[in-house]
Design a protein around this ligand. Structure first.
Ligand code: SF4
Length: 339
């Protein structure tokens, strides 16, 4: 297998918190706290977790839209966290993002032709406005929209159409890698399916790699090759899609998966409802950050931070249970046995 397109190692992004009239530093929000994963060419890694788990911050830190505190992000052999602004601008051509909100991610004062065509001129991919306009028309057709829309403005389109325009803009520069940050969450379910299919078609056509950030595991099942599960800034588990859906180890992953409808008709799944809210990332729980909500927590969990353990091919879990038991524990069976 060729080298991964992207190698993220021990990535950390904390935000300082200030208090009082002198704005003294009172702590930090530990939004992303040491995550590592690889993304191979033409593959999709889905990053999942509840809101506030740090997945959007991770996506932005990888692109250096937010400056990481530490860690490395190797892309095309370069550490994105170390390059200067000129090199970063050049690399950004190959690393794009599709934002969640199709309503605010397009400049309302620019025509669709300008939104898609201006980056082409800025990066020297085309030389004249006329060429930029022609390429914008081709790209609109590729994402299923009328070429004549280049002269219109964003407010003239529906949410699904705007997201298609955002996708046309992100593939215009012929990137290798796109962060899709909750790219279909704001859309109706029927439109979501169309946009996911469009993303899959473009992935094949342009050999794209996606980091697909989402809270929706039903979407993950359709789009991901690998899955990274985040909880409070930490990586709980990472695995291939099949390993994750068939044999997740981490109690948090198993709880998330219990909420996903089964695909086989007639089969039922017992749903695990996690109690309480996600704790504050300013003062996360000691030991395992999940211990305050974990139905399987035991005394070690609040004292000691768990390490990552390799439990299979490309499958890693951050939980003490791996060390303290000899086989995988099924959360639902374990909870039934407890009650
Ligand atoms: Fe639950 Fe303990 Fe594993 Fe954390 S380390 S997931 S609290 S069993």
């Amino acid at each position: 297998m060729s080298d991964p397109v992207l190698q993220v190692r021990d990535l950390v992004k904390h935000f300082p918190v200030f208090k009082g009239i002198f704005r003294r530093r009172a702590g930090s929000v530990k939004a992303v706290d040491g995550i590592s994963f690889d993304l191979n060419a033409a593959e999709t890694v889905a990053m999942v977790g509840e809101s506030g788990c740090g997945k959007t911050t991770a996506g932005r830190a990888i692109l250096r839209l937010l400056e990481p505190n530490s860690g490395s992000v190797l892309f095309r052999g370069k550490d994105v966290t170390q390059v200067d602004q000129t090199e970063l601008r050049e690399l950004r051509r190959y690393m794009q993002i599709i934002f969640q909100d199709p309503y605010s991610s397009l400049n309302p004062r620019q025509t669709i032709g300008q939104i898609i065509g201006t980056p082409l001129l800025l990066h020297g991919i085309v030389e004249t406005r006329r060429d930029a306009e022609d390429r914008s028309k081709e790209l609109l057709e590729k994402v299923g929209l009328q070429p004549s829309y280049t002269s219109r403005y964003p407010h003239e389109f529906s949410g699904g159409q705007r997201q298609r325009i955002g996708i046309a803009r992100s593939v215009a520069l012929n990137p290798d890698f796109i962060v899709c940050d909750e790219a279909v969450s704001a859309l109706d379910v029927s439109v979501q399916a169309q946009v996911i299919n469009l993303l899959l078609d473009l992935k094949d056509e342009f050999n794209l790699s996606y980091l697909f950030i989402t809270h929706d595991l039903s979407v993950v099942r359709h789009i991901a090759d690998h899955v990274v599960v985040m909880y409070l800034g930490k990586m709980a588990e990472k695995a291939s899609r099949a390993a994750m859906f068939e044999g997740a180890w981490h109690p948090y992953t198993q709880a998330l998966l219990s909420a996903v409808p089964r695909t086989q008709p007639g089969s039922k799944r017992t749903r695990v409802i996690l109690e309480g809210d996600v704790p504050s990332p300013i003062n996360p729980p000691t030991g395992c950050r999940f211990h305050t909500r974990c139905p399987l927590a035991y005394d070690r969990c609040s004292r000691e931070e768990p390490k990552g353990h390799v439990v299979g091919v490309d499958h890693e879990v951050t939980c003490h249970l791996y060390e303290d038991r000899t086989e995988r524990l099924d959360l639902i069976e374990a909870m039934a046995a407890k009650s």
